[in-house]
Design a protein around this ligand. Structure first.
Ligand code: UDP
Ligand code: MG
Length: 339
């Protein structure tokens, strides 16, 4: 058993200079996928062998609690081109992808889910575009099979919202399934922000980009690791990483409420002058009700915006703590590398 190795900003990313030997690296995050791993590797190896160039498959075990680690071990023993990075605990999908791209040495790195929702058979199409000179080739979900209606609607809404409000043009209906050139991978590895929205970062770095449509399959076995809670956090990470709009909304809202208050003031003034002698009980009732509604309304708006500020503040706090993005317990198949 190797001692736990702490990966920090300077130990990898753009700082790591390792000769890139294989042409292709496939990076797949794995969290409790014992049912699918052998099939995933079998299909992946078949596709990559048909291309006929050196490759490696980097499986990142994101703290799985099922038999995935043992299965990954076996797969590595049978085929040393299958390499394994074991996290010390669950750090999340986006950080598993980050670790995989940090360890990958290929000239082109392909990020793909390990649950076979992204068919490995699409990879030759991505490679074709890369050979034409594109440096980021992202796969666009033209069709989605076997997803719940709720997931499809929320995903469609989210991709369109993020396209609207952020200042990077993240293509609609793309996930993390994509091919990135070595230059792009190095650029992204150099970015060490914590709440990573990888599909946004890979657009933000620039370079020549293109989409390839594909049909996203249903999950073959197991269940989604993205319950609603994680989906919401993921959405917030995406929005806060690339947009200040939620913060600016407070300003716009302030102007609107100020304008309405002014109108209200004028109305009260006019009514006061016009009304001869209002019945004192009715006047008191309306006065009370309007005060209460105004106070509650403004109070809740302020609480909401405090929460929005909190979302950004918490993320700033996570950055200033400068903790490592992930901790690797051990890695198999990278022995030839000098870190
Ligand atoms: N995954 C991971 N860590 C997590 C959650 C998910 O590495 O904390 C992996 C998972 O094994 C899969 C990919 O990320 O390969 C996508 O997850 P999932 O299929 O559950 O998401 P969905 O496709 O339902 O959005
Ligand atoms: Mg999936």
């Amino acid at each position: 058993m190797q001692p736990a190795l702490i990966i920090d900003e300077t130990a990898n990313g753009s700082q790591r200079r390792i000769p890139a030997s294989p042409t292709f690296s496939v990076v797949a995050p794995v969290y409790n996928e014992e049912l699918l791993l052998p099939e995933f590797c079998r299909r992946m190896v078949a596709v990559l062998e048909s291309i006929g160039e050196p490759f490696e498959i980097v499986l990142v075990n994101d703290g799985s609690r099922d038999r995935s680690p043992e299965i990954m071990n076996q797969l590595h023993e049978q085929d040393p081109r299958i390499k394994v990075v074991n996290f010390s605990k669950n750090f999340g999908h986006q950080l598993a992808i980050t670790a995989g791209t940090d360890y990958a040495r290929g000239q082109a790195v392909i990020v793909i889910d390990s649950d076979l929702q992204d068919p490995p058979e699409v990879i030759p199409d991505l490679i074709q575009r890369w050979r034409e000179g594109y440096q980021v080739v992202y796969a666009v979900r033209a069709e989605r099979e076997g997803e719940t209606w709720f997931k499809k609607v929320t995903a469609a809404f989210f991709y369109r919202l993020i396209d609207r409000i952020t200042n990077v043009n993240i293509p609609v209906d793309t996930g993390d399934f994509r091919l990135m050139d070595r230059k792009v991978v190095d650029a992204i590895s150099g970015i060490r922000e914590h709440h990573r929205f990888m599909r946004g970062l890979s657009v933000w770095v620039g370079f020549k980009q293109i989409g390839v449509p594909y049909k996203r399959d249903a999950r073959k076995a197991g269940e989604t690791k993205y319950p609603l809670r994680k989906m919401l956090k993921f959405a917030m990470d995406g929005i806060t990483s690339f947009s200040y709009l939620p913060l600016q909304l407070a300003t716009y809202m302030g102007f609107v409420v100020a304008a309405l208050s002014l109108l209200f003031l004028i109305a009260v003034f006019v009514l006061r002058l016009a009304a001869a002698n209002p019945d004192p009980t009715t006047a008191a009732f309306y006065g009370q009700a309007s005060t209460l509604v105004t106070v509650l309304f403004l109070g809740s708006v302020q609480l909401i915006f405090l929460g929005v500020i909190g979302e950004y503040l918490g993320r700033i706090y996570d950055e200033v703590k400068r903790r490592p993005l992930y901790i690797v317990a051990d890695a198999l198949g990278f022995e030839d590398e000098k870190k």
